[in-house]
Each structure stands twice: as structure tokens, then as C-alpha cells.
Design a protein around this ligand. Structure first.
Ligand SMILES: [Zn+2]
Length: 459
């Protein structure tokens, strides 16, 4: 009989076809066998899970801002990936801005990888950035293994990652499509934003009024038509405006190659509940009215919204303007790597969804978006990445227990369902303060480790 490195017997596991009792054999970090719960099998280490916990594939978070190098005091690879592991995430993909340099050239990608190497508790891949001046860099970044390209259609507030015009977006889409990869986009319109005045206010409703849905809607229409014209695969990041859902559904029905994500905060929080000065909840695009939130859930129900990812977007507590509570001055971004799963599960379960739905939104589809087909599902041949999750256990969010570099969170004090008991990467338990074992990953066929070590040697 074959003997595995690890044999997990799970009375409840979320398989691609739904929940069932299984045994999973792991050898050399991969799932090599899946059988009945009580099937015979032997291993160096055998584990039987309790019936109150569920074995999930490790979640995949395709929208994470790690600000290292350059802004490591905002967030770094070590702390972000530790928080991710504590949140049941085993793979994340880093966004190309908020670090210095931004990931818009080969040299910048190398700097990112050198900074990340040896610090990651989970596997980390990288998106490249497409800005007005770097069309010629995109094929080189693709060859070096980035998983796709991100642009902004509005001002980013940083000179080293300018937004692009709708016209330039078509040029980027043609290059990206020719490479066979994906274009991911922050869809807020620069033109529509230019009509709005910056606000200085402690009242959330005044901040919300300065970022109306129309800013997103106009920009998403431009993405849709550019994708239609070029045939490129496009992905709308962090959808907040539910107004855009019918337009997106209509384009998908026409055959436009479009996918859409939203984030835990748009599904769990609403404008009516954000008190004066509570800038921990500031994010762009903004958290909108409760009625909008319900329509986002309807978009999940009808399948227009594909996935839920964190948009973990950290900064220092100072930058959040917690002392003045000025929504105009505060950094827009919410850190939620560690809390995304219980936040989404708490909302989903009271709406009648199953854990299998959450796994589809937070593991399988983000993995597919990033082209990581060996991640995000429990299947033979895939990486043995797991989260052991107790869905009925409840807890109160205590910021002191968060591993994010700065524990500023709009979820402080909230009661949530679902506790991550353990996270395993390639068949090994992630020890939060042990040696990081995450790998830097790339498009299939591109070998990152050799590239990174070569760079370190020559530095
Ligand atoms: Zn983001």
C-alpha cells in the first residue's frame, strides 16, 4: 500500500463538487490521492479532523497591497503573509503600487522579489502595472512571470503609478491580449472625478457624496467597450457600485470577456452604520448605502459577481487621520487579510449560503483569475494547501490579535462566525512565528526562485 507524507481524514471537506467526508493523501507537498473518509491508507503523519471543523482549500487572495520595499512601515511581506495565514489564505497576489518602486519594469519586479524572498508565510505572486509610459515593458514583465497587468483609470495620488486614459487602455488591452494574459483595472473615471470637489469632513455621508456611483459606472462602461473592441480579457477590481451590475451582465451575455470582484467591506458594512470620524472605514471606491449592499449580494446570487477578495490596503495609523476623523485627509484603504473569511462567512451564512459557495468566491475563482490552476481547490495534482475552519465558532474582533502591521480595522468589536484553526501550505502547518516557507510564484513555466537567487547573488 502507498504510504503518504500526510494523510488527512476530514468528516467535512469542501471539494469542487461540494461538501463531503474524505481522506486526502499528500506527498511532496501535493495532493496525490483522495478517497473515502474510512478508506485504508497509511502515512508518516495521519490527522483526523473534528466533526466541528471543515477542511477548505487554502484561500487565494488576488488583491493585496504589500508596500515593501519602500513603504514597509505601512505593511511588509512578513506581517502581511502572517496575517494571511491566520486568515486561512495560502496564496496571495501583490498589487503593483504602494511600494517603491512600483512594479512597472523588470528591475522593479526584481526588487519586489528580492524584498519578499524568505519572508513569506504563504505563496506570493505579482501583478505587473501598466502606466502611460511602459507599454514596451509589458512583454518583459510577462516573460518574467507576472500574472497579468493592472491599471488605474483615475489619479492614484502617486506620481510613480499614473492612471491611464480610456484611449491608452485600448493599447494596453491589445498588448495584454497578445500575450494571452489578463488586464485588471481600478475602474473609477478621472473625468467624472474631476467634477467633484475634495472634502474635509467628519461626516461619512459627505465623503460618500464626493464619490458617487457615476464615477465607477462611467469608467466600467469604458472598460466594457474597450474589452469588446479589443477582445481582451478584462477584470473589474473592487466593484462597489451595484448600478454597474446590469451593464456588466449585459456585456457578459454579449460575449465580452469580463469578470468582476467585490470585497468583504462592501458586502458587510454600510454607509448608514459608519459614524462621524470613523475613518478606519474609508476606502476607495467607498462603502455605499445598505440598499446598494443588498444589490451587490443580488449580483452574487445571480452570478454576475465572480469573486470576493480583500483589497488589503494598509497604511500607518497616522495616515488614517484617526485623531481628526477627517474623511478627506484619511488614507483610503482597509486591511482585512486576516478577517476576510469570517466577515464573508458571517454575512453569507445568514443569507442561506454554504461554505462551498464561499470557497468558490474566495479560493477557486481568484486562483483561476490569476491562472493558478494548482491552487484554490482540493483536487489530485493540486498543491496541498488547506485551511481548517470551525464555521460555528464565534469570536469578537480584537485588534490586538491581528497580525497586520497596523491593527486599524473597521471590524473592531464586531462578533463574527468562523475561526481558522490551522493553515497548511504544501502539506505543512504554517507556524506564525516559525521560518517562513512560502514561495514566490509566477505564471506556469516561469521559474522565479532561480531568478531571485541569481539577483541576490549579483547584488
Ligand atoms: Zn487595491
Amino acid at each position: 500500500m502507498t504510504s503518504f507524507d500526510l494523510l488527512i481524514r476530514a468528516p467535512r471537506a469542501i471539494m469542487p463538487e461540494g461538501e463531503r467526508a474524505v481522506s486526502i493523501g499528500v506527498t511532496s507537498g501535493r495532493i496525490v490521492w483522495i478517497g473515502a473518509f474510512d478508506a485504508p491508507g497509511s502515512a508518516r503523519e495521519a490527522v483526523t479532523l473534528d466533526s466541528d471543523s471543515v477542511l477548505l482549500p487554502g484561500l487565494v487572495d488576488s488583491h493585496v497591497h504589500i508596500c515593501e520595499p519602500g513603504n514597509t512601515d505601512w505593511e511588509g511581506f512578513l506581517t502581511a503573509t502572517r496575517a494571511a495565514a491566520a486568515g486561512g489564505i495560502t496564496t496571495l497576489v501583490d498589487m503593483p503600487l504602494d511600494s517603491v518602486p512600483t512594479t512597472v519594469t523588470l528591475e522593479a519586479l526584481a526588487a519586489k522579489r528580492v524584498a519578499a524572498d524568505g519572508q513569506c508565510h504563504v505563496d506570493v505572486g505579482f501583478w505587473g502595472g501598466a502606466i502611460p509610459s511602459n507599454l514596451a515593458d509589458l512583454p518583459k514583465l510577462h516573460a518574467a512571470g507576472v500574472l497579468g497587468f493592472k491599471s488605474f483609470l483615475c489619479d492614484t495620488g502617486t506620481d510613480d503609478f499614473p492612471g491611464i486614459s480610456p484611449e491608452h487602455m485600448q493599447s494596453v488591452m491589445r498588448v495584454v491580449s497578445g500575450l494571452g494574459t489578463i488586464f485588471i483595472v481600478h475602474a473609477e473615471s478621472a473625468e467624472a472625478s474631476a467634477n467633484m470637489h475634495a472634502v474635509s469632513t467628519r461626516h461619512y455621508r459627505d465623503y460618500l457624496a464626493s464619490r458617487p456611483k457615476g464615477i465607477e459606472n462611467l469608467s466600467i462602461a469604458q472598460v466594457v467597450e474597450a474589452a469588446r473592441a479589443t477582445g481582451a480579457r478584462a477584470h473589474i477590481l473592487h466593484l462597489s457600485s451595484a448600478d454597474a451590475l446590469p451593464m456588466i451582465a449585459s456585456a457578459i451575455a454579449d460575449g465580452v470577456r469580463l469578470s468582476v470582484e467585490t470585497c468583504p467591506h462592501y458586502l458587510a458594512l454600510s454607509a448608514e452604520d459608519i459614524g462621524d470620524g470613523e475613518t478606519a472605514a474609508k476606502v476607495g471606491p467607498p462603502i455605499r448605502e445598505d440598499s446598494n449592499r443588498e444589490r451587490l449580494w443580488a449580483g452574487i446570487a445571480d452570478g454576475t459577481l465572480d469573486m470576493i477578495v480583500s483589497d488589503h490596503s494598509p497604511c500607518t495609523p497616522d495616515m488614517k487621520a484617526l485623531d481628526t476623523g477627517d474623511f478627506g485627509a484619511a488614507w483610503g484603504g482597509i486591511s482585512s487579510l486576516q478577517l476576510g473569511l469570517p466577515v464573508v462567512w458571517s454575512e453569507a451564512r445568514r443569507r442561506g449560503y454554504w461554505l462551498a459557495d464561499v470557497v468558490r468566491w474566495m479560493a477557486e475563482r481568484p486562483a483561476a483569475l490569476a491562472g493558478l490552476l494548482h491552487k484554490g481547490r482540493l483536487a489530485v495534482g493540486g498543491d496541498a494547501d488547506f485551511a481548517v475552519f470551525a464555521p460555528d465558532e464565534e469570536f469578537i474582533v480584537d485588534p490586538a490579535r491581528l497580525h497586520h502591521r497596523h491593527p486599524v480595522t473597521p471590524y473592531a468589536g464586531k462578533s463574527l462566525s468562523g475561526v481558522v484553526r490551522e493553515t497548511l501550505l504544501r502539506g505543512r502547518r504554517i507556524e506564525p512565528f516559525g521560518r517562513p516557507r512560502g514561495e514566490l510564484i509566477a505564471r506556469d513555466g516561469v521559474r522565479v526562485i532561480e531568478q531571485t537567487h541569481e539577483l541576490k547573488r549579483s547584488a
